[in-house]
Design a protein around this ligand. Structure first.
Ligand code: PEP
Length: 250
C-alpha cells in the first residue's frame, strides 16, 4: 500500500532439518518464476539451517533470516547466537521479541529493544513483534498493550530501512483464529500512529506486518487492509505451495 514494498516473511520456528531443504528449494524456485518487484520475500529458519538456507536461496529473490539473537556480539552466553553470527551465516533479517520468546524465555520490552539494536549493529533488519494476549483483548486493553510494547521495544532511532514491525495477536498464532478486518485495521492504524509519535516522519514508510494464522484462504483479505504491509507466516510457511500462494495474494 502507498508505495511501500511489502514483505512476506516465513517463520519456521523450531521446525526443519536437512530433510526440509527440498521445501526450501521449492520456495526458491517458485519465486524465481515470478516475484513482483513490489514484494520482498524472506524465510526465517532455525540457526542450524541458516548457512544451507542462504545457499539454497542465493540464486532466488528470497532472503534468509534468523528467529532471535542475543544482544551482545559475543561472550560467555552458552547456547545463544549473536546477530553478527546470523549475518555471517547469511541472514539479512532477524525476528526479535516473538511472543514465543517473550513467553518461553521471559523477554521483556527492554531486552527486545536491545536485540533490535544488536540486529542493526550487525547490519540486519530487525522484525520487532508485538501483540496482545486473548485476556488483554477481552479486557479491552489491546491498544494500550500495543502502545506500551512499541514505546518499550522499538528504539527511538528506528528507520523504515532497518526495522519492520509485526503485529501478532498472541491468541491468533497457530490457532486458526484471526481478528476481524476491522480489528486488524484498528490495530495497524494505532501502531502507525504510535510509531509516528516515537520516530516521526520515518514511521510513514515503516512496514507493519500482520501475523497470526495467515493462510492462502485468508491472505488476500488480510493483506488488503490499510496499513498492512505484508505478513509474518508461521505454520503455512513450512509448505512451499502455501507460502507461495500467500505471497501471490498481494
Ligand atoms: C508466527 O509464529 O509468527 C505465526 C504467525 O504463526 P502462525 O502463522 O502459525 O499462526
Amino acid at each position: 500500500t502507498h508505495g511501500i514494498r511489502s514483505l512476506v516473511a516465513g517463520n519456521w520456528k523450531m521446525h526443519g532439518t536437512s530433510a526440509s531443504m527440498p521445501e526450501l528449494h521449492a520456495i526458491a524456485n517458485g519465486f524465481m518464476q515470478g516475484l513482483d518487484a513490489e514484494t520482498e520475500a524472506l524465510i526465517c529458519v532455525p540457526a542450524t539451517l541458516l548457512t544451507r538456507a542462504a545457499d539454497v536461496l542465493k540464486s532466488s529473490p528470497v532472503k534468509a533470516g534468523g528467529q532471535d539473537c542475543h544482544a551482545n556480539a559475543s561472550g560467555a552466553h552458552t547456547g545463544d547466537v549473536s546477530a553478527e553470527m546470523l549475518k555471517d551465516a547469511g541472514a539479512s533479517f532477524v525476528i526479535v521479541g516473538h511472543s514465543e520468546r517473550r513467553t518461553d524465555h521471559g523477554e521483556t520490552d527492554a531486552v527486545v529493544r536491545a536485540k533490535a539494536e544488536a540486529a542493526w549493529r550487525a547490519g540486519l533488519t530487525a522484525i520487532i513483534c508485538i501483540g496482545e494476549t486473548r485476556l488483554e483483548r477481552e479486557s479491552g486493553q489491546t491498544l494500550a498493550v500495543l502502545s506500551r510494547q512499541i514505546s518499550g521495544s522499538v528504539p527511538a532511532s528506528a528507520t523504515a530501512a532497518n526495522t519492520v514491525i509485526a503485529y501478532e495477536p498472541v491468541w491468533a498464532i497457530g490457532t486458526g483464529l484471526t481478528p476481524t478486518v476491522e480489528d486488524v485495521a484498528e490495530a495497524h492504524a494505532h501502531i502507525r500512529s504510535e510509531l509516528s509519535a516515537l520516530i516521526g516522519q520515518r514511521a510513514a514508510t515503516m512496514r507493519i506486518l500482520y501475523g497470526g494464522s495467515v493462510k492462502p484462504s485468508n491472505a488476500r483479505e488480510l493483506l488488503a487492509i490499510d496499513n498492512v504491509n505484508g505478513a509474518l507466516v508461521g505454520g503455512a510457511s513450512l509448505k512451499a505451495a502455501d507460502f507461495l500462494a500467500i505471497a501471490e495474494a498481494y
